[in-house]
Design a protein around this ligand. Structure first.
Ligand code: SF4
Ligand code: SF4
Length: 196
C-alpha cells in the first residue's frame, strides 16, 4: 500500500479596501451609466454617419438582433441530438445500449425489441433522451457503433416550461434534421415541442 503526502496551502484573497467614494456607491453607479451612455452615443453616431454615406468614420459596434437574427454556430458545435435513419426510414440504432451505458447524466432510456433481420437483431422500441438532464458531453455520439445518434441539429435553444416536455421520444429524435436542413426550423420546433 502506498502513502501519499498532501500539502495544504492556505490562500487568502487580499482585497483592496474601498475608499470613501466607492463605499457610498452612488459615484460608481454614475460612472457605470456614463460608460454605457458613452458607448451608446458613439456607436449611434458612427452608424448614423455611415448610413448617410460618410464611410471614413470607423464602423459602430454590431450585435445580433436576437431572436430575429441568430449567431451562426460552428459546424462542430454539439447541439440537440437526433437519431439517424436507414434508407428505408427505420432507425439505424440497433439498441446496443452503448450510449445509455456511457451517458454520465443517465438521461438516455432505451427499451429494445427483437427484429427478424439477423443482421440487426434488435431495434429500439422506445428511445428517450431527457435533455433537461443532458450535459451535452457528446459521449453518446462517440460511443455509438452505428452512427445512429448525432448532435448536429444546430438547435441550442431548449428552454421549456415543463420538465416532461424536455424528454424527447424516438419519433421526435428521428424527425430532426441536420443543421444545414434546419434553417429557420429550430424556433418552430421549440414552440411546438418544448415551450408548452
Ligand atoms: S450528450 Fe452526454 S449527457 Fe447528453 S445524452 Fe449524450 S452522453 Fe448523455
Ligand atoms: S444510438 Fe447507437 S449506441 Fe445508442 S443504442 Fe443505438 S446503436 Fe447503440
Amino acid at each position: 500500500m502506498t502513502t501519499r503526502t498532501v500539502h495544504v496551502v492556505n490562500v487568502s484573497a487580499r482585497r483592496r479596501a474601498l475608499n470613501f467614494w466607492e463605499r457610498i456607491y452612488l459615484p460608481e453607479v454614475l460612472r457605470g451609466l456614463w460608460v454605457t451612455g458613452r458607448h451608446f452615443c458613439v456607436n449611434m453616431w458612427r452608424h448614423t454617419l455611415r448610413a448617410i454615406g460618410i464611410k471614413s468614420v470607423p464602423p459602430g459596434a454590431v450585435t445580433y438582433q436576437y431572436p430575429d437574427e441568430r449567431r451562426p454556430a460552428a459546424e462542430r458545435l454539439r447541439s440537440l441530438h437526433r437519431l439517424t435513419q436507414r434508407p428505408d426510414g427505420t432507425p439505424r440504432c440497433v439498441a446496443c445500449m452503448m450510449c445509455e451505458t456511457v451517458c454520465p447524466a443517465f438521461c438516455i432510456k432505451i427499451v429494445a425489441e427483437e427484429v427478424s433481420d439477423p443482421n440487426i437483431e434488435k431495434r429500439p422500441k422506445s428511445f428517450d433522451i431527457d435533455i433537461g438532464r443532458c450535459v451535452f458531453c457528446g459521449y453518446c455520439v462517440e460511443a455509438c457503433p452505428e452512427d445512429a445518434i448525432r448532435m448536429d441539429t444546430g438547435i441550442t435553444e431548449l428552454g421549456s416550461y415543463s420538465r416532461r416536455s424536455m424528454v424527447l421520444d424516438i419519433d421526435t429524435l428521428l424527425s430532426l434534421k441536420p443543421a444545414a436542413q434546419n434553417q429557420g426550423k429550430p424556433v418552430d420546433f421549440l414552440q411546438k415541442r418544448l415551450v408548452s
